[in-house]
Design a protein around this ligand. Structure first.
Ligand SMILES: Cc1ncc(COP(=O)(O)O)c(C=O)c1O
Length: 391
């Protein structure tokens, strides 16, 4: 019998939508090694270069000495160890919220939290460019889901009016991201807060690509816009600028207590390894320190350099300040995006091609990410190479 998956995979290949794993035989950093060759790495979300930082190594190693490798059980059974609680206290303090709860990943945080907040007959208004974890959490909740055109406040306002009219007495949850993962732009957070207050909605904000990058001490967009207290549910992940892994939710004591009782991805999953929580705590401590702030400012120097040098597609405002460390170069066609990524790789640059379904069909792109650990020279070299290939 012909393998069922063979045909499906063939169909994916024909549309240039097949995906493959690539073995990296080194730590994450500004350079990585693939099949014995060094590549300059513009593919990682390790914005501050913490994924291979000695402070995090040491924190993880001493937690292994003290607590071992595995957590043994879910948090509610016997898996809550001191490093988990220390990390949660530090996250809440850093984010300026009453409490925090950690999950094994950002994906798990979204999947567990959204269904705990809303259910059948409630309404979710989700930005069109939200990450898959938020989409999946929203679907899983069973709430009425409306997708709002990206960052369009007028449309959101009319959806809120509709929700309040048609679903009286039910909860309305707005979900969006601080920095959109594949486009690098920001949500209009102050205006969103105004709308959520006017319509008595809840606001959930995924700060995955904003923490460590935006606001003093890298506290994220809610802090930068001074609206932290008005954002009901602040989600994030330790897997990007914080260099480790694990998702979190920050918010009120009652929210966190509710999630401990209702978030299924928290309740029914073994706790993250205590060493990972300890490394996360070291990352939060670093961000809150003067040295961490220096590293974040260095990241912004690199972002500005990339913004200055990167050839643009045309219509974008060249002078506008870059909103984040993510630079999408839209190619359009899926195959063309793959070919461009392969050509860059042959010249020593690792830049991922992002295709459907991660982004909409026909909007395939190269997603370049800058980190504080990139020297100026590789950034210049990448931009020159892209420019040369354009001519
Ligand atoms: C915006 C956004 N939210 C959530 C996640 C999920 O986080 P994690 O990788 O920790 O599961 C990601 C990254 O993958 C992301 O880009």
């Amino acid at each position: 019998m012909r393998d069922f998956f063979t045909e499906e995979l063939e169909a994916l290949r024909k549309r240039a939508l097949d995906r493959h794993l690539r073995e990296i035989s080194s730590a994450q950093g500004p350079e990585v090694v693939i099949a014995g060759r060094h590549f300059i790495n513009f593919s990682s979300n390790d914005y501050l270069g913490l994924a291979n930082d000695l402070r995090l190594h040491e924190a993880a190693a001493s937690a292994i000495d003290e607590f071992g490798v595995g957590a043994g059980a879910s948090r509610l059974i016997s898996g809550t160890q001191s490093p988990h609680l220390r990390l949660e206290r530090a996250l809440a303090k850093w984010k300026g919220t009453e409490a925090a709860l950690c999950f094994s990943s950002g994906y798990a945080a979204a999947l567990g939290t959204i269904p705990a907040l809303v259910t059948k007959n409630d309404v979710i208004l989700l930005d069109k460019l939200c990450h898959a974890s938020l989409i999946d959490g929203a679907r899983l909740s069973g709430a009425v889901l409306r997708v709002c055109p990206h960052n369009q406040l007028r449309k959101l306002e009319s959806l809120l009016e509709w929700a309040r009219r048609k679903h009286q007495g039910n909860r309305v949850l707005i979900i969006t991201e601080s920095v959109f993962s594949m486009d690098g732009d920001r949500a209009p957070l102050r205006e969103l807060v105004e709308l959520k207050k006017r319509f008595r909605a809840l606001l959930m904000l995924d700060e995955a690509h904003a923490i460590g990058v935006i606001a003093p001490k890298g506290r994220g967009l809610a802090a930068a816009e001074n609206v932290s207290e008005q954002v009901d549910v602040q989600m994030g992940t330790l897997s990007k600028a914080l260099g480790t892994s694990g998702g979190y939710i920050c918010g009120s004591h009652t929210l966190i207590e509710w999630l401990i009782n209702r978030a299924r991805s928290f309740i029914y999953s073994t706790a993250p390894p205590p060493a990972i929580a300890a490394a996360g705590l070291a990352a939060v401590d670093f961000l809150a320190s003067p040295e961490g702030e220096k590293r974040r400012l260095l990241l912004w120097e690199r972002i500005r350099l990339m913004q200055q040098l990167l050839p643009r597609a045309g219509s974008e405002a060249e002078d506008a300040a870059a909103p984040s460390a993510i630079f999408p170069l839209i190619v359009g066609d899926e195959k063309a995006a793959l070919d461009t990524a392969a050509a860059l790789q042959s010249e020593g640059f690792l830049v991922p091609a992002i295709r459907y379904p991660t982004v909409a069909k026909g909007t395939a792109r190269l997603r370049i990410t800058v980190t504080a650990t990139h020297e100026a020279a590789p950034i210049e070299a990448l931009c020159e190479t892209i420019e040369r290939r354009r001519r």
